[in-house]
Design a protein around this ligand. Structure first.
Ligand SMILES: Cc1cc2nc3c(=O)[nH]c(=O)nc-3n(C[C@H](O)[C@H](O)[C@H](O)COP(=O)(O)OP(=O)(O)OC[C@H]3O[C@@H](n4cnc5c(N)ncnc54)[C@H](O)[C@@H]3O)c2cc1C
Length: 475
């Protein structure tokens, strides 16, 4: 849905093919997302919709330690607790406001690509023709498999049952750890439904466990099944960790869980996928409308693959730290001593929150390849938040130096030039203070593509504009 929104904002003709009959999700599933994902939604002017229905909290954790990031230089120095069924409802409402064809109840069975497009076969025998196909179809992605893209990684070492049920007996509060992993019983908003997460003694198989398996697992951990009844959702997940070897095969691309799966410890999955979509959307739009050559799409893999690889490594470590025999507890204690120290706290919170993402766009000013901060700018028309400039998902050249000092006339129809001033400090999460630039070129995903410094503010600008937003109109 995020990718469909991005493409629609860029005026691409987009259809979203979803096998479910509607956006409604059977269970609550993921529990929220972290700061950079909130920022990304803020860049499109929709963060408030999610914030209004969730609860902000310091929820970036390493082992047993909360990594308080309330001092991070961002408008959103926290995580947002909001279940995935709510997230998908809000997202679906937003997408419905945009020109997106929603094809619910349609299952993709395969595809065939040629030099000009992709024929997408639906399970009911129909087919669709598109210039490009993006598989956002989850960990068991049909698109990834049909594209023949390898999915190397690590097999499961443990599995968890997750369920929403009612109990006749009062459950103990809080989270339990033992040598197998984590167990938790959590009373939900309605005051009746309990969300159960249990690590299984043996690795279970299949995504649809039974009520009997749930009862047995409860008895194993708690000595009782608490009179469990009325399940509305029972599912299973594991710590299988895999990443697509390539995010693109010709006209077919992957985003979200189809490109990377991992244990949900740390809660990074949803945000990773959403940010894949925001990285890919404008690039695909520019290739579709002929603004940029096809190889711009390769920067999607180059930028996003390392980000997910790092998150996968981190979640494997987090998952390992959930096991608590005495030796593991000793490791958790050591890690906890480190995690409260300032530098490790910042480093790990930067990773979990996604605020430290640095795309390798070459040597230069520290802002290059990093997120544009949501500064309070002064313009001739009054105050303006930097993120407001990104609502339309278009590139922006922000001139903060001598008015009229930057000329982008040959790109003026593609890149918005904004004259502004900013007198405050430039501070980046984890890195700290950086020298004030005189101009910045910001991509539609909010990452800085070029930085002007001092009087030589124009040097390298044309090259950056051409690389990211296609050749000039005079070229
Ligand atoms: C218990 C649990 C807790 C989690 N907690 C968190 C958390 O706190 N924070 C977090 O960020 N992440 C969390 N995650 C991970 C998160 O749920 C996933 O990363 C996220 O849902 C991935 O989104 P996606 O859109 O890529 O894939 P999915 O959510 O799997 O969506 C894929 C969609 O494609 C559709 N589809 C699949 N195949 C086809 C087909 N052939 N044709 C048509 N449609 C198809 C599916 O119906 C589905 O709607 C958690 C996951 C679990 C299991």
């Amino acid at each position: 849905m995020m990718l469909a929104a991005e493409l629609a904002l860029a005026e691409v003709d987009v259809a979203l093919v979803e096998r479910r009959p509607d956006h409604v999700l059977a269970g609550s599933r993921a529990g929220g997302f972290h700061a950079r994902t909130i920022e990304v939604l803020d860049q499109r002017g929709v963060a408030e919709r999610f914030l209004a229905e969730g609860q902000v909290a310091q929820a970036a954790m390493l082992a047993a330690t909360v990594l308080d990031m309330s001092d991070f230089p961002t408008r959103h120095p926290y995580s947002l607790g909001i279940f995935q069924n709510k997230i998908e409802r809000i997202m679906a409402a937003w997408v419905a406001e945009l020109p997106v064809q929603m094809l619910y109840g349609c299952e993709v069975a395969g595809f065939a690509q040629d030099g000009a497009g992709v024929d997408v076969a639906l399970a009911d025998g129909r087919s669709l023709r598109a210039r490009y196909l993006v598989g956002c179809d989850g960990g068991r992605s049909v698109v990834r498999k049909a594209a023949g893209i390898d999915f190397p990684g690590w097999d499961a070492t443990r599995s968890n049952l997750i369920a929403e049920v009612e109990l006749t007996e009062e459950p103990p509060p809080g989270i339990r750890h033992d040598a197998t992993g984590i167990h938790a019983l959590h009373l939900m908003e309605d005051g009746r439904t309990v969300r159960v997460v249990l690590t299984e003694q043996q690795i279970g198989s299949g995504p649809d466990p039974t009520m009997e398996e749930l009862k047995e697992a409860l008895i194993t951990v708690y000595g009782t099944d608490f009179g469990v009844h009325t399940p509305t959702w029972i599912s299973r997940f594991s710590d299988t960790t895999r990443q697509a070897a390539a995010y693109r095969a010709g006209r077919v691309l992957l985003a979200g869980d189809s490109a990377h799966i991992h244990y949900p410890a740390g809660g990074q999955g949803l945000g990773l996928g959403l940010q894949d979509a925001v990285n890919l959307g404008w690039k695909l739009a520019q290739v579709v409308d002929g603004t940029s050559p096809e190889h711009l799409l390769d920067t999607y893999h180059d930028e996003r693959h390392p980000v997910a690889a790092r998150a996968l490594q981190h979640t494997m470590a987090q998952a390992t730290l959930q096991r608590r025999d005495e030796r593991m507890q000793a490791l958790v204690d050591v890690v906890s001593e480190l995690a409260v120290m300032d530098e490790p706290r910042k480093q790990i919170a930067g990773l979990i929150s996604g605020l430290d993402i640095h795309y390798d766009l070459g040597e230069g000013h520290p802002l290059l390849g990093r997120r544009m901060p949501d500064l309070e700018l002064a313009t001739a028309d009054g105050p303006l938040r930097a993120f407001t400039l990104l609502h339309a998902a278009r590139p922006v050249l922000l001139n903060l130096g001598t008015p009229g000092g930057v000329d982008i006339t040959p790109w003026a129809h593609r890149v918005q030039l904004v004259e502004a001033t900013y007198g405050g400090d430039w501070e980046l999460p984890v890195l700290g203070a950086v020298p004030a630039p005189s101009a910045v070129l910001v991509r539609p995903d909010g990452y800085v593509a070029w930085v002007g410094v001092g009087d030589g503010s124009g040097s390298g600008l044309e090259e950056a504009l051409t690389t990211w937003f296609g050749p000039s109109s005079t070229a």
